[in-house]
Design a protein around this ligand. Structure first.
Ligand code: GDD
Ligand code: MN
Length: 411
């Protein structure tokens, strides 16, 4: 028997945003068990939905024939996306459609979809074809191989963004760095915590109340769920061909709000967080070697008995050579395991550029903390400087670990 005999719309769950351990009883009569439920949140995606449902159905029919459902959750789009989706239900029996009129928002749409889902694996994909459907097969395979959560990532091998402006890239990265500082145990676990394309085993999020603000549902799943093993699959974020993005400055504010709320309300954030102490020690030693390089070059360039160049110019050159020295050692030693996998020169150059930028920001942090501590906390410049150096070192280590060499929780 196929799933939906009629083309009635799904009723919208109300109350808390909690996902039950077992699919909702009123639906079990349909088919006792289903493997995979994929939510497609939509708002004004009339132009995309037909093609997306077609492609997804063909693909899933091949991988897990009739063992899946597609759930479109539309927020009463003015272009009547829900109606278009509904009209496809006769042709695609595994398609179900929800039209929400009381609530709005991407994350809550996804959760409402999961609440009526029957699958033991719950997924989400954008409704605008920016997430390449082929990746689904790989994500499903990762789950089969034991992952609790499989995330499509733009930031690992095979991943990328097609034509993002420098501004959007910068904002996206800035948001990630902020999260790495506030919630290291959550954002540090994956290379692309902003991904809106992933799947998770139901049992990992069953029973917990998800309470996201804004767009970033994945953060919520990692922070509140019970996720042990994570897998990542690279994908290229395609350009939108139809319709437009709903992201505005408001999503950035909501993101900050979300980070803050997760920080204040989750306790397990600290528990899962393990600091890579060995790497940190190596990083520290390399940093120390940089001090000597810096000193030696400064001497060679600026000392009256040697080249006697102006001090500032000498220091800039000495500093950059020290950074280069540190990079080489970190690449060959501290993060050798990661660097080994990406040896091409353009990968190295990219890492070096990132390392440079992070260390430059580290220098600013160093000066800032020194001033703050000296003026407001401990009026002793050497103690203040030690604290500033410690903070900057941790910054340099952590952000380079996550962005330049990208060490995540993933196998
Ligand atoms: N139901 C519902 N309600 N759907 C929404 C809403 C809403 O309020 N807002 C957006 N959507 C749907 C869109 O119709 C689209 O299918 C999907 O959510 C993503 O929205 P976009 O506006 O296209 O977002 P984006 O392309 O800028 O960003 C996406 O990709 C990022 C990178 O992977 C989102 O998936 C982000 O969450 C993701 O981080
Ligand atoms: Mn989009």
């Amino acid at each position: 028997m196929r799933n939906s005999p009629s083309n009635t719309l799904l009723s919208v769950p109300s109350g808390g945003l909690q996902i039950s351990e077992f699919p909702p009883p009123q639906l079990i009569t349909d088919k006792t068990k289903i493997y995979f439920s994929l939510i497609i949140p939509t708002y004004k995606e009339r132009e995309n939905i037909v093609r997306l449902v077609k492609v997804l159905s063909e693909l899933l029919e091949e991988v897990i024939p009739d063992d899946y459902e597609l759930i479109v959750v539309d927020d009463d789009s003015p272009d009547r996306t829900w109606e278009v989706a509904q009209s496809m239900m006769a042709e695609y029996p595994n398609l179900r459609v929800m039209r929400r009129q009381q609530e709005r928002g991407l994350s809550s749409a996804v959760i409402r979809g999961w609440q009526v889902a029957r699958g033991s694996v719950l997924g989400v994909i954008d409704g605008d074809l920016q997430h390449p459907p082929e990746v689904l097969a790989q994500l499903l395979r990762s789950i089969e191989q034991g992952a609790d959560l499989a995330v499509a990532s733009r930031h690992i091998d095979g991943g990328g963004v097609s034509r993002w402006s420098a501004v959007r890239r910068f904002l996206s990265r800035g948001a990630q760095v902020l999260g790495l500082i506030f919630l290291p145990g959550v954002l540090g676990r994956v290379s692309d915590p902003m991904s809106g394309y992933f799947m998770v085993r139901r049992r990992c999020i069953a029973g917990v109340t998800l309470n996201p603000v804004g767009y970033k549902i994945l953060l919520e799943v990692i922070a509140r769920g019970n996720v042990a093993e994570i897998a990542e699959v690279g994908y290229v974020f395609c350009e939108r061909k139809q319709g437009e993005s709903k992201v505005t400055w408001k999503q950035y504010v909501e993101y900050l709000h979300h980070l803050l709320r997760l920080r204040l309300t989750t306790t397990q954030v600290g528990q899962k967080f393990s600091f890579p102490i060995g790497r940190f020690l190596r990083f520290g030693l390399v940093g120390l070697s940089g001090v000597f390089v810096d000193m030696a070059i400064l001497y060679l360039l600026s000392d009256p008995s040697t080249l006697a160049l102006p001090l500032t110019r000498s220091k800039i050159i000495a500093g950059e050579i020290a950074i280069f020295n540190n990079f080489l050692w970190n690449d060959a030693w501290t993060f050798a395991d990661v660097a080994m996998q990406q040896q091409e020169w353009h990968h190295r150059a990219k890492r070096f550029l990132k390392f440079n930028l992070v260390c430059l920001a580290g220098l600013l942090i160093n000066v800032l903390v020194l001033n703050l501590v000296f003026n407001f906390v401990i009026p002793n410049r050497y103690i203040a400087n030690l604290i500033a150096i410690a903070v900057a070192t941790i910054w340099n280590f952590w952000v380079n670990l996550k962005l330049s060499w990208r060490v995540t929780d993933v196998k």
